[in-house]
Structures are given as structure tokens and as C-alpha cells.
Design a binder for this molecule. Structure first.
Ligand SMILES: *Cc1c(COP(=O)(O)O)cnc(C)c1O
Length: 370
């Protein structure tokens, strides 16, 4: 039996009738841009996350870009983000004309290390983008203290962690802006691209809403330059269907992760992911560390056994060719990140994964580390 890293059909096919009905609904109205389905999605996600404003957008990447644009960040500004993240976090900073400055992450939680961010601050630093990586919150107390001390704006990149909690608060609802992605591999996976931008601030929401549609208000009058960052009505309708099942998708992942954590304890050379005190982890990825330079051999063994796995992320942002001229921090600042890039590997944890499939993964891992 093969075990894929992710199986989107296992999630979407059982609700195929609901999805087709949602498609038919949009088809019959003929309204494909904005409209009721987008509004419904914004109202239900805002309520769920406990935020005042939720703005449906075209992708998780565009949510970050729109947040930076709405804040007026651009040329001459610096924005701190972790080097250990998906490219979009850093790419959006560069696209505004600002400069990304990369800090390190913790070896146990894989999340941003705010101590390492101290040496990244200059008089040009305007914002920080903590990333809630793999389904777990960054240390938001440390983040808020850091931002307050240096008077920085906080944009939470919550692409992988919609529904994860830091204490009683949902990730993405704590900083100035929170951004989410509905790329099919995220916990709330759409049938295509989609994203969300949230904020508690009325003025920021108003600017973001204008900029989502070319800064146009009223029609054909532009006080601001925005873009086309709209969420499709069709995608919103499909997401409304999937959002109704979201609690099950999260608990499926949590139960699979708990089983791994119980079954894979105590193997020498294997480090299991840690859940920080007070966090509710939603396991977008179950990411382990393979020590002693054996990660690539381990990956090959899993692939040979028909087990899907992937390395998120093999190349840190501060080592990407496109950022070669912006890396301005001291050497070794991102030492943990460089180690993580060599040691991490993510194994199947998607909600529809069956126990029998998990047992295959567990057997393969136990055999390797025996
Ligand atoms: C997926 C992801 C994004 C980008 O989301 P898209 O919807 O694919 O544009 C941004 N940041 C992180 C951390 C992600 O994992």
C-alpha cells in the first residue's frame, strides 16, 4: 500500500455533491466577481477568528503583499522575517521595494527566534513578519514585546495555521494584520488559489479593501494604487462548503499527530516536533528532524517504500540566489535555520490518512532508526 504525503481527493470526493451544488449556485446567479459567497466567507471567517475585518483575497501571497501595501511599506524600508519559511513571506517584502532582513528560528518549534531578530533592527526597520510554521503559533508574547520595543508593525503569516491558537487567541488575530492561504495543501484547502487578510483596525481594513480592487473608490476614481487581489466568487462558494467541515479536518490531523508522537518516542537520532506550552497545534505538517547527516538517506528509504515525504524547506531564504545582495546580517546569525534545512523532513499527517497507512509509516521509521 502506498502512502501519499497528501490526498486532496480523499477530502473533496466525499463532499462532491455539496461542492457541485455550490458551483451550480454561482453558475445560476452569473455573478463571478465578489458578491454574496465572498461576503458569507468573510463573515464566517471573521467570526471564527474573532476579528473585526476579514477580507477575501486571491492567494496567501497576495494577502501578505496587500498587507504590506496597505501599510505603505516600500523603498527604503526594512522588514524582518524568519529565513526558515516559504518563499512568499520574503518575496512580498521585496516586491514592495522594501528589503527583507532574515533572522533565525528555534530548533524545537521551527518558529521565529525573536532574540536573533534583535540584531536585525536598524532605523529603517518598519515591520516584522512572524510565520506560524507548520500549524503552530510563533511566540506572540515575545513578538508583541519586540514590536513594542522597536515600534514595529506586525504582520502574522498564518498561511499554514488558520485555527491554531496562542493561548485563547487565534493565530493571525493578534498583530496588525493576519494573512491566510487556501492553497490546496493548507489545512483549509480550496479548489485552487485563495487567501484572506484580517485585521482589528477599521482604517487599515478600509485601505486594504480599496487596494484589493485597484484602490478604486468610487468606480473609476483612484486615490491609491492597489491591484486585482480579489477572491473569486466560485472559490468562495467552494470554501464556504469546506469551511463547514473545518473542525473535522483539524481534529483529524491532531489525532494523527498524537498517534505519531506516541508511537515514535525514544528513537535515537530522531527528533519529534515539540508543541510549546499554551499552543494549540493544527499540524499542517508533521515535521521531524533526522540527525547525524542521515536525512537524505532516510528520505530515500521512505520513497523506496512508497511513502510520500517532502523537505520543507531545503534552502533558507538568506541563501537564495535572488536575495544574494540583500543579506546584510552577521555570519552565523541563522545557524539554526541552516541546520534545520539539512535535518527536517515532513511525513503524511493529512486528516483522511488511515491508521493502517500510519502504521506503515511508523514501521518504516522504526526500522530505519533501529
Ligand atoms: C503557502 C504559504 C504562503 C503563500 O500562500 P499561497 O496561497 O500559495 O500564495 C505564504 N506563506 C507561507 C508560510 C506559506 O506556507
Amino acid at each position: 500500500m502506498k502512502v501519499p504525503l497528501l490526498d486532496v481527493n480523499a477530502q473533496n470526493h466525499p463532499i462532491g455533491d455539496e461542492l457541485r451544488a455550490a458551483f451550480d449556485g454561482v453558475l445560476s446567479t452569473g455573478r463571478f466577481i465578489m458578491g454574496e459567497e465572498v461576503e458569507k466567507f468573510e463573515v464566517s471567517t471573521a467570526q471564527y477568528l474573532g476579528v473585526k475585518h476579514a477580507v477575501g483575497v486571491s492567494s496567501g501571497t497576495d494577502a501578505i503583499l496587500l498587507a504590506l501595501m496597505a501599510l505603505g511599506i516600500g523603498q527604503g524600508d526594512e522588514v524582518i522575517c524568519p529565513s526558515f519559511t516559504f518563499f512568499a513571506t520574503a518575496g512580498c517584502i521585496t516586491r514592495t521595494g522594501a528589503t527583507p532582513v532574515f533572522c533565525d528560528s528555534h530548533l524545537d518549534s521551527y518558529n521565529i527566534d525573536f532574540d536573533s531578530a534583535e540584531s536585525c533592527v536598524t532605523e529603517r526597520t518598519k515591520a516584522i513578519i512572524p510565520v506560524h510554521l507548520f500549524g503552530q503559533s510563533a511566540d506572540m508574547d515575545a513578538c508583541q514585546a519586540f514590536a513594542k520595543k522597536h515600534k514595529l508593525i506586525v504582520i502574522e503569516d498564518t498561511a499554514q495555521s488558520m485555527g491554531a491558537r496562542y493561548g485563547s487567541q487565534y493565530c493571525g488575530s493578534i498583530g496588525d494584520f493576519g494573512t491566510y492561504s487556501f492553497f490546496p495543501s493548507k489545512n483549509l484547502g480550496g479548489l485552487g488559489d485563495g487567501g484572506l487578510l484580517v485585521t482589528q483596525d477599521d482604517a487599515l481594513a478600509e485601505t486594504a479593501i480599496k487596494m484589493r480592487n485597484h484602490g478604486m473608490h468610487p468606480r473609476y476614481y483612484h486615490q491609491l494604487v492597489g491591484g486585482n487581489f480579489r477572491l473569486d466568487a466560485l472559490q468562495a462558494a467552494l470554501l464556504n462548503v469546506k469551511f463547514a467541515h473545518y473542525a473535522d479536518y483539524i481534529s483529524g490531523r491532531q489525532s494523527n499527530a498524537a498517534y505519531y508522537l506516541e508511537q515514535l518516542q525514544g528513537l535515537p537520532g530522531l527528533v519529534l516536533p515539540s508543541v510549546e506550552q499554551g499552543n494549540e497545534h493544527i499540524w499542517n505538517q508533521f515535521t521531524i528532524r533526522v540527525l547525524d547527516g542521515k536525512r537524505d538517506a532516510f528520505k530515500q528509504t521512505l520513497l523506496d517504500d512508497g511513502i510520500g515525504c517532502e523537505i520543507y524547506y531545503p534552502v533558507p531564504m538568506h541563501q537564495q540566489q535572488c536575495f544574494a545582495d540583500v543579506v546584510n546580517h552577521e555570519q552565523d546569525l541563522c545557524a539554526n535555520t541552516e541546520l534545520l534545512a539539512k535535518e527536517v523532513i515532513s511525513i503524511p499527517v493529512y486528516p483522511e490518512l488511515k491508521r493502517a497507512q500510519q502504521d506503515i509509516v511508523i514501521d518504516a521509521i522504526r526500522t530505519f532508526f533501529k
